[in-house]
Design a protein around this ligand. Structure first.
Ligand SMILES: Cc1ncc(COP(=O)(O)O)c(C=O)c1O
Length: 466
């Protein structure tokens, strides 16, 4: 039911919170290549994943069911901020002088300020149901960490968060948010794990990376009592929890009698983009969309996983604790330049998204942070909302599509995911306004070097690619 349609905002009531998550697995153009255990070179058995994740989450990870029920307790928590608004960016359209209609789904209204609690709450809930007492995780910019701290607080689960050191120092307020919600926050690399200690011994000033923080959080979970690990992106179950975003957006478009021609989202690991696009992809493959839809994944030129990476098997973390996943990768030793979109600095991406890119269903694009902040600042001047640096990549891509519509005189409908607000990211905007932001293009040679290293490590990987 619609409870508000104030010209520019479509707001549904709480009964419209989806009752099921959508799982893309049965509708993928090809079966998903399985995760591989490098010691056996065989697919990892789901039971092996139960050392790290709650059983129910492992079940969802490998499920071929299209619709997965959302427990009432989780929907109850979602109702603190869901359904989120679908907003038409009229003033942004006017500033771009475009005939296109630009809509965005605004996930910044959640208490932690992003889409991340859609899965954090579900993960905390399923772990609590199975008697898990403590969760560990990593965080880049602090968005995921604060979301998990929030979810764990609601279901009384303890939480330790390994925060990439450069962000720990750059973003002290997100750290405070996590602590208010009861989590312990540790700068990574840290002295809490043997992997962290090893890195610090070699390089005491190591700024950290998501790959290192993941290794620390996994080691902690594997070596501690009644502790499991939580991940904020990449895995199938994480992405499917995010489909509440796209499922609501579909209902909201019915209210305004529109349907998107373009669905756009930024990509760090792929969760907010997939959460928005999967339900529209389902419409396309089941013949319900009624028109072609272009899916556009946006990443930084400083971490160009989908646009410059290699599609192969690689580890999800630097210490090589995770199985090998088939994905576009910049190599698991990737050390990202310290750009401000901390959540987009991951070396790999979700295997489902990588498959869709490989098959030509999703088109990847990359932008540098200067042009991204320029678009985000224009957006803020028009619409008021300050985009998270990550979401600002989607704003830039939407603006470019709108400008193309202006050139071609096309009245297309553009939908993008405003995955979070940027109110804790003022230092990034400050650097932009002071013209201190740098353009950074990740060099092609670095990708080649990383992939050669990977192939030297596992000479048999090429056999898996066939
Ligand atoms: C606001 C926001 N958007 C996007 C991302 C990227 O993650 P994903 O690709 O999983 O949505 C992050 C990650 O931290 C984030 O904080």
């Amino acid at each position: 039911m619609v409870i508000a349609l104030k010209g520019r905002v479509v707001q549904l009531d709480v009964d419209s919170i989806p009752k099921y998550w959508y799982n893309i697995q049965p509708d993928l153009p090809k079966p998903l290549p399985p995760p591989i255990d490098p010691s056996t070179r065989e697919p990892v058995k789901p039971e092996a994943l139960e050392a790290l994740f709650a059983k129910e989450l492992v079940k969802q990870e490998v499920s071929l069911e299209r619709w997965i029920p959302i427990p009432d307790e989780v929907r109850g928590v979602y109702s603190l901020w869901r359904p989120t608004p679908l907003i038409r960016a009229f003033r942004f359209e006017r500033a771009l002088k475009t005939p296109a209609k630009i809509y965005f789904k605004y996930e910044g209204v959640s208490p932690p300020g992003s889409h991340k609690p859609n899965t954090a709450v579900a993960q905390a809930y399923f772990n609590m149901k199975e008697g898990v007492e403590r969760l560990t995780t990593e965080t880049g910019a602090g968005q995921w960490g604060s979301a998990l701290a929030f979810g764990c607080m609601l279901f009384d689960v303890k939480c330790r968060i390994y925060m990439v050191k450069v962000s720990y120092n750059q973003k002290p307020y997100r750290r405070t948010l996590m602590r208010i919600w009861g989590a312990e926050v540790v700068p990574s690399p840290s002295d809490k794990t043997s992997f962290g200690r090893r890195i610090l011994k070699e390089d005491p000033d190591n700024p950290g990376s998501l790959g290192i923080a993941i290794s620390e959080a996994i080691e902690d979970a594997l070596t501690s009592e009644n502790t499991k690990y939580a991940l904020g992106s990449v895995l199938n179950y994480v992405l499917l929890h995010q489909t509440v975003v796209g499922l609501e957006a579909r209902e909201q478009f019915k209210v305004v009698d529109e349907y998107p021609d373009y669905v756009v989202g930024c990509v760090g690991g792929g969760s907010n983009f997939s959460g928005l696009m999967w339900p529209f992809y389902y419409d396309v493959v089941s013949g319900k969309a009624g028109k072609p839809v272009e899916f556009i994944a946006v990443e930084p030129t400083a971490c160009p996983t989908l646009t410059k990476g290699v599609y192969t098997y690689d580890h999800g973390d630097t210490a090589r604790l995770t199985p090998l996943l088939k994905m576009y990768t910049l190599g698991h030793n990737f050390m990202p330049p310290p750009i401000h979109a901390g959540g987009l600095r991951y070396h790999g991406d979700a295997p489902t998204l990588c498959l869709l890119v490989k098959e030509g269903v999703v088109k990847p694009v990359a932008y540098n942070q200067v042009e991204v902040f320029e678009a985000a600042t224009l957006f803020a001047k028009c619409e008021g909302i300050i985009p998270a640096p990550e979401s600002a990549h989607a704003v830039k891509a939407a603006a470019d599509l709108a400008l193309r519509c202006r050139e071609l005189g096309e009245e297309k409908v553009i939908l993008f995911n405003m995955s979070g607000h940027g109110y804790f990211d003022m230092s990034a905007y400050e650097s932009y306004l002071d013209r201190e932001l740098k353009v950074y293009e990740y060099p092609e040679e670095e990708v080649q070097r990383a992939v050669s290293e990977l192939k030297a490590l596992y000479s048999w990987i090429e056999e898996l690619e066939r």
